[in-house]
Write a protein that binds this ligand. Structure first.
Ligand code: ZN
Ligand code: ZN
Length: 815
């Protein structure tokens, strides 16, 4: 009698064996085609939750499938280990961020191993270790020397509670801090930036990428390209040094409709353009604006606010004096921080003009306009009026003509503007890679020489919620020697945005112990670009965008020879539980460890793959995983109990062959398209069929063995432990995971076909060849739509349709 299926025992046994044999370690091999299957590495939050499993188990199955298909597959894993939560743990619980992080790494590594994935652990990277962040710093220096890193004073999103700078993306929709939901304010700080805007145009091009459409759209919106003109408005004030203010507009055709001019309250000219008698009011307004969040400032439908400065600009085309106001809905970070206001043709300018009684002048007549007053801003195209020599032109012609005239007069030019801002990489935090810069009173800003890397994080920093980097108060870190003049100097105390670490980790996997540079160029040449990148859609903009920028910049520095890091991108869906996203506060979290202990990793893997289409996710249900577990038990019994051949039936043998080849075909096609749920359905049907064949005993022993062997190979990517165990139990040589993926015979895989006879009132009217598996409703629909049948029904009432499976359809009509 065969043993019971004991998943925990066999899983641990095989995981140990695979590790001892280094089964999944890969090397560069020129004779096999490479396949780089990358899964986003997890943040070291402490526990691997079911969402991680959902990202990782199906992607592991796919990587295994490619491996069996003969590809040389690189499928690495590591940890994104710098970041705020570790530092908060230090502040709140007195644990050093390093201890906290490495304890989490250890736990998560154990959990990842329990999954039985084919990660090549010899390539693991952990971004918070000096052997890794040394190279993050090295990249900073490369960007610095390439003119792509610069320091500037800039207003930043500031969370007064977390006491940290936030990227725009970390400010959630209501203008709140992503982490603690405190309203975000602004603060001016000297910071380091990367010139990602230099690559705006190239980053718009996704044409060679196999990515989800919505991710491409999100990135395009993030870049926010718009075409228009930059126009100079001369300042009327003689006593101000600057002679003009530039604006960007997408509607140069409306320039005759400018009736006021708007500046952001933070615009550097505001103080000088404020006349003395208006100063008090202006200062009061600016103070009020500072307390508003960016979200509040640009919210639609918000009552408009603003103050007149008392100064004017001159409209370059009609010479009119235009009053300068400040308003909070003009943001200093967008465009030039100045706007030519055209209330007749812009909704917000309209509201502003109405509020303050400023003139509204129509210059683009809507189609069919008969001189009536507008009741709201008209933003569409039309015919130019009140526009001097341009009257009568279409707005499109006017756009071109006005741009041409401005260019001729030297007062403007056609240009494009991007919403994209440069990447702010400074963080006032401890737990990140220190920025390798030294400030010397004599030499100024001095980059740390490459040979002096890494700039190590001191272990003895004090963690207090002061809002400034703990490094600032760590004298042993701050005080240093200038690399140029050897005089006393100070280190930069900001650390780098953790998105720096994740912008290049996929390069490090190719040569994780390389010490001459961040990566071995030969190995990167072999493995990159990544063929398949899988992970959560929440990284649609920042991580994926920064990584693309990194690669383009490295290409221009001559460090890599490709343009895009990730050729194919796939986002998995979300697993919900009791109808909701899982969260600790809802108490609906699924802890994968419990299920692994009870039912085995293979059952968890299989259930997650079965739960729904991978891109959509699904609802976790304990009954569902128990169902998968039962199925695995049935497979166990099917394969481990001996087969005794009876009287061989050639028809059954033919049928078994056809089933086998059809299943190989279906499973291969579904695997390739990530349709894991239908792939498992095919395998379930096949195993049910195999059970029936076994009962009938009507096939030869060798055919039975051939079919079950093939079945195990098809199971191997999804259920690596069970497949390995059964493979060894039927006496086949270790390891199933080194076997080639089974191939199917096109002829044999073809579905059996039958001829269906179609009758109308009992008379044969047509015949049609269909797959034997055709269902009743499908067959009936097919029959009703045949031309020759329609001719005989011809408007008559169909009384009933009788279906004799695999043989006849009889349509009964009223005569
Ligand atoms: Zn916060
Ligand atoms: Zn110096």
């Amino acid at each position: 009698m065969a043993d019971q299926y004991r998943p925990r025992e066999i899983e641990q046994k095989w995981q140990q064996r695979w590790a001892a044999d280094r089964l999944y370690e890969v090397r560069e091999e020129s004779e096999r085609r490479k396949f780089y299957a990358l899964t986003m590495f997890p943040y070291t939050s402490g526990d691997l939750h079911i969402g991680h499993w959902y990202a990782m188990a199906p992607s592991d199955a796919y990587a295994r499938f490619k491996r069996m298909q003969g590809y040389n597959v690189l499928h690495p894993m590591g940890f994104d280990a710098f970041g705020l939560p570790a530092e908060n743990a230090a502040i709140n619980r007195g644990v050093h961020p390093y201890e906290w992080t490495m304890k989490n790494v250890e736990n998560m590594r154990r959990q990842l191993r329990s999954m039985g994935a084919m990660y090549d652990w010899s390539r693991e990277v952990i971004t918070c270790l000096p052997e890794y962040y040394r190279w993050t710093q090295w990249f900073f220096l490369k960007f610095y020397h390439a003119g792509l890193a610069y320091r500037a004073k800039a207003p930043v999103n500031w969370c007064p509670s977390c006491q940290t700078v936030l990227a725009n993306e970390q400010v959630v929709a209501e203008g709140l801090c992503e982490r603690c939901s405190t309203p975000v304010t602004k603060k001016d700080l000297e910071q380091w930036f990367f010139r990602i805007t230099r690559y705006a145009e190239e980053l718009l091009d996704h044409s060679r990428l196999d990515w989800p459409e919505r991710i491409k759209v999100m990135q395009k919106n993030w870049i926010g390209k718009s075409e228009g003109a930059e126009i100079s408005f001369r300042l009327e004030r003689e006593d101000v040094e600057e002679k003009e203010i530039k604006v960007f507009t997408t509607r140069p055709d409306t320039i005759f409709g400018v009736t006021f001019f708007l500046l952001a309250p933070e615009h550097p000219l505001v103080a000088r353009l404020t006349v003395p008698e208006r100063r008090a009011e202006v200062d009061k307004y600016i103070g009020w604006c500072r307390r508003q969040t960016e979200y509040e400032r640009v919210a639609l439908g918000r009552e408009k606010t603003g103050v007149f400065l008392g100064s004017y600009v001159i409209n370059p085309l009609n010479g009119e004096r235009v009053p300068i106001w400040i308003t909070d809905y003009v943001l200093p970070s967008y465009g030039t921080g100045a706007v030519m206001a055209v209330p007749a043709h812009d909704e917000r300018d309209w509201e502003f003009a109405k509020k303050f009684g400023l003139p509204i002048r129509l210059v683009i007549a809507p189609p069919g306009w008969a001189g009536e007053e507008l009741s709201q801003a008209y933003v569409g195209p039309g015919t130019m009026v009140n526009s001097g020599e341009f009257d009568g032109l279409s707005s499109q012609q006017g756009y071109e003509a006005i741009c041409a005239l401005l260019e001729e007069k030297g007062q403007g030019r056609r240009t494009v503007a991007y919403r994209l801002r440069d990447w702010l990489i400074s963080r006032q935090r401890y737990w990140g890679a220190p920025i390798p810069i030294i400030y010397c009173d004599k030499c100024g800003t001095v980059p740390v020489p490459e040979k002096d890397l890494p700039v190590l994080l001191p272990r003895d920093a004090e963690f207090k919620p002061t809002g400034e980097s703990p490094l600032k108060y760590c004298a042993s870190f701050v005080n240093t020697i200038c690399p140029q003049c050897a005089g006393p100097a100070r280190r930069e105390t900001d650390t780098m945005d953790t998105f720096m670490c994740s912008s290049w980790y996929f390069l490090r996997y190719t040569s994780p112990r390389y010490t001459d540079a961040a990566f071995n160029p030969d190995k990167v040449k072999y493995w990159l670009p990544v063929d398949l990148y899988t992970g959560g859609a929440e990284h649609a903009v920042m991580h994926l965008f920064y990584a693309r920028f990194f690669i383009k910049a490295l290409r221009d520095m001559g460090l890599v020879d490709f343009d895009e890091p990730f050729i194919r991108l796939f986002n998995q869906g979300t697993i919900i539980h009791h109808g909701d996203k899982m969260s600790k506060s809802r108490g609906n979290v699924i802890a994968p460890d419990e299920y692994v202990a009870k039912l085995g990793a293979d059952a968890v893997r299989g259930y997650l793959m079965f739960i729904g289409p991978w891109e959509l996710g699904g609802e976790w249900n304990d009954r569902g995983i128990v169902g998968i577990s039962r199925w695995l038990n049935r497979i166990w019994n099917l394969v481990t109990t001996p087969y005794a051949a009876g009287v061989v039936n050639p028809e059954t043998e033919k049928e078994l062959l056809r089933w086998t080849h059809r299943t190989i075909k279906e499973v291969s096609e579904d695997m390739e398209k990530f349709r894991f749920n239908t792939m498992l359905s095919s395998l379930m049907e096949f195993s049910n069929y195999l059970s029936r064949v076994k009962e009938s005993a009507a096939v030869s022993k060798s055919l039975w063995q051939q079919s079950t062997t093939c079945f195990l190979l098809l199971l191997a990517p999804s259920f690596p432990h069970l497949a390995e165990e059964l493979w060894s139990r039927i006496g086949l040589p270790y390891s199933i995971h080194n076997q080639p993926w089974p191939e199917y015979d096109r002829e044999l895989a073809k579905e059996e076909e039958i001829t269906l006879v179609i009758q109308v009132n009992g008379k044969v009217r047509d015949k049609v060849v269909v797959p034997a598996s055709i269902g009743e409703s499908e067959a009936k629909e097919l029959a009703m739509n045949r031309e020759r049948v329609k001719a005989h029904i011809n408007g008559k009432k169909v009384i009933k349709v009788i279906y004799v499976p695999k043989r006849v359809i009889n349509i009964v009509v009223a005569s």
